[in-house]
Design a protein around this ligand. Sequence first.
Ligand SMILES: Cc1cc2nc3c(=O)[nH]c(=O)nc-3n(C[C@H](O)[C@H](O)[C@H](O)COP(=O)(O)OP(=O)(O)OC[C@H]3O[C@@H](n4cnc5c(N)ncnc54)[C@H](O)[C@@H]3O)c2cc1C
Ligand code: FES
Length: 259
Amino acid sequence: MAKVHQNFTITQKCELSAGYCLLHLKPASGKLPEGILPGQFVEILAPDNATMLRRPISIHFVDYNTDRISLLIRRVGNGTNAICDLPEGEALDIVLPLGNGFSEDFEAGATVILVGGGVGVAPLLYQASKLKDKGIRVKMVYGARTVDELVVAEAFKPYCELEITTDDASAGTPGRVTDSVCFREYLKEAAMVQCCGPGPMMKAVAAACKAHGVACEVSLENMMACGLGACLCCVEKTVKGNVCVCTEGPVFNIEKLTW
Ligand SMILES: Cc1cc2nc3c(=O)[nH]c(=O)nc-3n(C[C@H](O)[C@H](O)[C@H](O)COP(=O)(O)OP(=O)(O)OC[C@H]3O[C@@H](n4cnc5c(N)ncnc54)[C@H](O)[C@@H]3O)c2cc1C
Ligand code: FES
């Protein structure tokens, strides 16, 4: 699919708790590129030269009826702050869609478990909506350290059966995503688990899937610079040697990783 480089106008911005920001954007051309896949990401040029390199952000949701994309961003440094500080009506310089996507082809009626930790839930909303459209039963485990970080839990409800876990027991099932009722009772019957979040969380999910012989895909968030396979700064070791996460991923079947 051809990459597009253009300005996107911020049509709506919502500051959420815990430093999260939800942006809705429309392309200056009026038309989104066709066929954006859940799991793909954009590279954004931070305004006012806040950072030299673009910042990779997952595509949170795509609405082709209104030609609008949504991004969920957690403020962690100069780039994400500069992007989130822009007011509605301003434009962002964006390249998209980049990378590959999560698997979507399952038998109707199959169960797929989505697991998101913190801002790692970002690419899973669009995936949940696509799977639901295809008649797949979607179970979602949304993990966070504390209740304040469950910023987009409501958005998932139309598309899946949602279970929340928090490390500090402030909401949902106490503990980690692997302590969820979903994992204890439904893991064995899942056609696949698809996961995005902090590295240790994804490794724990991958280990649980391996132990039960369940297929698993993870979306890696290795540091990136060029986003185009040129600088090698996002390299991940795989069973077939080192690969660039920005071009070969970010989504990998765990069978391909050396975890
Ligand atoms: C494919 C991909 C998709 C992503 N999707 C999202 C998303 O949907 N929403 C979102 O908020 N963030 C996402 N990220 C992470 C985001 O790109 C970084 O948080 C961002 O680049 C940090 O830029 P900064 O200038 O604000 O912070 P910097 O000043 O560059 O860094 C601030 C702090 O954040 C840490 N950091 C930087 N990059 C990453 C990273 N990739 N992973 C973990 N920690 C990092 C640094 O180590 C440092 O401690 C994604 C990353 C990748 C690779
Ligand atoms: S970010 Fe440069 S090769 Fe992946």
